[in-house]
Write a protein that binds this ligand. Structure first.
Ligand code: PGA
Length: 263
């Protein structure tokens, strides 16, 4: 089941990317998040957690009765076959995911993933009925060289399948130099990039679809900076790494978006 995408810009998405973190014991954090959101709901925000694939099925069980969505972190482009160690989008859907992060810079860098592969993975997510959270963003070096817009444009052009629609895709703008560093772009920089991405989406998908695609900001989002980053125009939510591992921090970010504190 794809997450609600189209016509949902008024419903921000805050997605937690656990990366290669989390053992069965970490599900206590998920339980704590569920309890907090149960006691103090933030109904205007879609909340998603993307644990490692090993925890998806258990996480689904833990989240029974909760509005928290489950996402996965990567997939193979094909539905099944002789690909030792890989996991297909269909398997992730079967385990309870409603979305898959594709094209994260850590995969682009660690595994040499190309835009073409990212596009194939996004298509795999659609095929399985899931939402693709497609990540783009420049490195620090590219920013220094004044190539930011060019890099993001090229990644969007090549990583977004023709089948991308408001209902099946979310874009995450994640400047690589801001990921895990504690350094963030200024709100003005974020506004510029998100506006640019919205305009590019218009050229690629047509205004009708482009206006409904949620564009998340990612890179060192914390309770203390969440509000200033999330109120920027064209920011429709956040992709949160390190600060999503603790229920208290992640809940603070979710509630910050709703204007209820968090810094
Ligand atoms: P970070 O990671 O919040 O730890 O910087 C963000 C991401 O990579 O999605």
């Amino acid at each position: 089941m794809a997450i609600k995408g189209g016509a949902s810009l008024n419903r921000p998405l805050i997605a937690g990317n656990w990366k290669m973190n989390g053992l069965a014991v970490s599900l206590a954090e998920l339980r704590a998040l569920k309890e907090r959101l149960g006691q103090n709901p933030v109904p205007e925000v879609d909340v998603m957690v993307c644990p490692p694939a090993t925890l998806l099925a258990q996480a689904r069980y833990f989240l029974t009765g909760s509005t928290i969505l489950l996402g996965a972190q990567d997939c193979h482009p094909l539905p099944s076959g002789a690909h030792t160690g890989d996991i297909s989008a269909e398997m992730l859907a079967d385990a309870g995911a409603s979305a898959i992060i594709v094209g994260h810079s850590e995969r682009r860098i660690d595994h040499g993933e190309t835009d073409a592969l990212v596009s194939a993975k996004a298509r795999a997510a659609y095929r399985a009925g899931l939402t693709a959270i497609i990540c783009v963003g420049e490195t620090g070096e590219e920013r220094k060289d004044g190539q930011t817009l060019e890099v993001v444009r090229r990644q969007l052009q090549r990583s977004l399948p023709n089948e991308a629609r408001a209902g099946n895709s979310v874009i995450a703008y994640e400047p690589v130099w801001a990921i895990g560093t504690g350094v963030t772009p200024t709100p003005a920089d974020v506004a510029e990039l998100h506006g640019f991405i919205r305009a590019e989406l218009g050229r690629l998908l047509g205004e009708g679809q482009a206006s409904g695609v949620r564009i998340l900001y990612g890179g060192s989002v914390k309770p203390a900076n969440a509000r200033e980053l999330l109120v920027v125009p064209e920011v429709n939510g956040a992709l949160v790494g390190g600060a999503s591992l603790k229920a208290a921090d992640f809940y603070a970010i979710v509630s910050a978006y709703a204007g209820r504190g968090g810094g």
